[in-house]
Design a protein. Structure first.
Length: 97
């Protein structure tokens, strides 16, 4: 019975970590899209992308402060992709309002 509890707790911890690793980049991507929309008046300008890249670098410190392990290049590529994708979607939707 204890093995099932330990296994269930381990799976739950992995699930929660994966959820955090997904929701944080999504939130930062949406925030970057909103900041790009508010601060950048020319939609053709690439300055909005700079805001998204800065938000990717800010997440490095956020993950450390939340004690979330980022192991290897794969996690950082995933983080960057999710942030840029959500930035693009949020910024595009706001430009079309």
């Amino acid at each position: 019975m204890e093995n099932k509890d330990i296994e269930r707790d381990k799976k739950r911890a992995e699930y929660e970590e994966g959820l955090k690793k997904t929701l944080i980049p999504v939130a930062f991507g949406i925030l970057a899209g909103a900041l790009s929309f508010i601060l950048i008046k020319d939609p053709v300008s690439t300055d909005g992308l700079i805001i998204a890249i800065i938000m990717i670098f800010v997440q490095k410190f956020v993950y450390r402060s939340l004690h979330i392990p980022m192991e290897g290049v794969k996690d950082w590529i995933y983080l960057a992709f999710m942030t840029l994708f959500c930035w693009f979607v949020a910024y595009t939707l706001m430009l079309n309002l």
